[in-house]
Ligand binder design. Structure first.
Ligand code: PLP
Length: 397
């Protein structure tokens, strides 16, 4: 059977691994070994010089990591991938590798709190100019981009306000100006959206979320062309961040990937039902979910995403204290950060994931102080809706 004809669901289970080469074991072996022995000094020298393939030391990769990376690259339509210890490990290893002092990075207004903090307090400290613009508007990028712009960076949908970026439109502008477009695809996973196929140069992920899928690991990955990935591996990751994925997490992500499509379908269905429920509720001011017909970028979502995702955000007709009281009244739905788990999770970004922004920065970066973020889990939808309804009954008004 020709491998390239296999569907995503099949490749998520099989790609890059042949059980018959491993005693018939359905699951790839996990290598708990920090270092790899050479038969001779000459063999070691050839491995270090890149003249002979050989595993050297686990900070550079392991056999089970190679299987995971091949599978992730395949699912993201990339030439290569690099697994990392966390999403932040993937993002920092990538940007330390792609940027030089004197360069500029242009990012969208809305970013995950720690990414924003890294740009503000990490990159800026080392002589890299950071500019935030509204990447929803490609003309704004056209005006802002210059010869100094080495990277354009965006999340789509963005955490936490669900703003979408037209990847193909932005990619056209960055390609014309020799800048690299880096997209954080955490919210979608490659099952829902493949930025490289739309023209992006690099994709970064927090694998902690849907890819692992069970809230029991922290990991990340980068996908791009082979040269870029080898640069990030041997420079950004090996020498700068050291954000190396653990052997156990490699196993857990390979396990999570097998059920990713099934889980994502259910996450999307549950999120859609929750968004529709909230949308018609008198105590709700606004719902941000790409699957709603009145979502400003509903058409873009249909074009760019296979389905509209498991994440949503909303505001109550209530102040910050009352919104917090609503979250506190939840019984089944848990108040927790992270996302993409089996459990439905709700949190208040201004107090939690985006508390790295000051009050002024929240306003500048289009994050409403009353916004609540919800990650739709895999529970029965009627149970989730009943819990939201009983908590809403406790909100005055
Ligand atoms: C969109 C996005 N990118 C990156 C990260 C960072 O990932 P990690 O927590 O695995 O370091 C997160 C974490 O919440 C995220 O939501």
């Amino acid at each position: 059977m020709k491998k390239h004809s296999l569907a995503f669901e099949t490749r998520a289970i099989h790609h890059g691994y042949n059980p018959h080469q491993h005693h018939g074991a359905l699951n790839p072996p996990v290598h708990f070994s920090a270092t790899y022995a050479f038969e001779t000094v000459q063999q070691g020298a050839a491995a270090f010089a890149g003249e002979q393939p050989h595993y050297i030391y686990s900070r550079l990769g392991t056999p089970s990591q190679s299987i995971l990376e091949q599978r992730l690259a395949n699912l993201e339509s990339a030439e290569a991938a690099l697994a990392c210890a966390s999403g932040m490990g993937a993002i920092t290893s990538t940007l330390w590798s792609l940027l030089e002092p004197g360069d500029e990075i242009i990012a969208d207004h809305t970013l995950y709190g720690c990414t924003f903090s890294y740009l503000e307090h990490g990159l800026k400290k080392f002589g890299i100019a950071v500019r935030y613009i509204d990447l929803q508007n490609p003309h704004a990028l056209d005006r802002a981009i210059s010869d100094k712009t080495a990277v354009v960076y965006a999340e789509t949908p963005a955490n936490p306000n669900m703003r979408l970026i037209d990847i193909a439109a932005i990619a056209e502008i960055t390609a014309n100006r020799q800048a690299r477009l880096v997209i954080d695809n955490t919210y979608c996973t490659p099952y829902l959206q493949r930025p490289l196929a739309l023209g992006a140069d690099v994709v970064v992920h927090s694998a902690t979320k849907y890819l692992g899928g069970h809230g029991d690991l922290i990991a990340g990955f980068v996908a791009a062309d082979t040269e870029t990935i080898e640069n990030i591996r041997t420079y950004g990751l090996k020498d700068m961040t050291g954000a190396v994925i653990s052997a156990l997490d490699i196993h857990l992500i390979l396990r999570g990937l097998k059920t990713l499509p099934v889980r994502m379908d259910r996450h999307c269905d549950n999120a859609r039902r929750i968004a529709e429920f909230l949308h018609q509720h008198p105590k709700i001011k606004r719902v941000y979910y790409p699957g709603l017909e009145d979502f400003p970028q509903h058409e873009l979502a249909r074009r760019q995403m296979r389905d509209t995702g498991g994440m949503l955000a909303f505001e109550l007709n209530a102040n910050r204290e009352q919104s917090a009281a609503f979250v506190n009244a939840m019984e089944l739905v848990l108040c927790a950060v992270s996302l993409g788990d089996c459990e439905t999770l709700i949190q208040h970004p201004a107090s939690m994931t985006h508390s790295t922004y000051t009050e002024e920065e929240l306003a500048q970066h289009l994050i409403s102080p009353n916004l609540l973020r919800l990650s739709a889990g895999l529970e029965a939808i009627d149970d989730i809706l009943a819990d939201i309804e009983q908590a809403l009954e406790k909100v005055p008004g």
